[in-house]
Write a protein that binds this ligand. Sequence first.
Ligand SMILES: C[S@@+](CC[C@H](N)C(=O)[O-])C[C@H]1O[C@@H](n2cnc3c(N)ncnc32)[C@H](O)[C@@H]1O
Length: 180
Amino acid sequence: MDKIIEFAHKLLKEKLKKTDVAIDMTLGNGYDSLFLAPLVEKVYAFDIQEQAIIQAKQTLKDVHNVIYIHQGHENVDKYVFQKVKGVIFNLGYLPKGSKQICTTAKTTLIALKKAIRLLDVGGICVLVFYPGHREGKIEAQEVGEYLKTLDQKEFDIIKYEFINQINMPPFLIALERLKP
Ligand SMILES: C[S@@+](CC[C@H](N)C(=O)[O-])C[C@H]1O[C@@H](n2cnc3c(N)ncnc32)[C@H](O)[C@@H]1O
């Protein structure tokens, strides 16, 4: 079976075309952008940490269609003014970085609502949650509750999780826009 990130990438790959635009809401070390970049025309990539941007530029040194935005993803509407077909939120903290600097329910919800407005019909938004740490657990609960309120006529929303793993493993929620 696909691991969580593999499944996230598979869902995005199925939908994305070379003329599409995608957003990486949490650039981190740049591996999700590295996956997305060859599939689309352009990737907008956000991170609040300079360390992440520097590391991602190294990961993406041969890639030329990633737009780096050293800003919180809650400001996505100030940087992206076009419809997008793919969005990824790989939440939590930078691997090997400070665990204090992580995504939070409050800002993730703001960013998600804005991302949903930017998402084109047929577009996919995937979120990978890490409920094994305190902030991640709150984030998973609050964002999960919000997603349950979205109209089923407008969005298909699925959850993918390994129900027999211990210690609150990561899980995925993906939504597809069905209507404008
Ligand atoms: C799990 S890492 C992302 C992994 C990354 N996508 C990769 O492929 O390596 C989460 C990242 O989210 C960033 N982050 C935290 N809060 C953020 C915010 N409000 N806006 C954008 N990025 C944020 C952290 O700095 C961290 O680098």
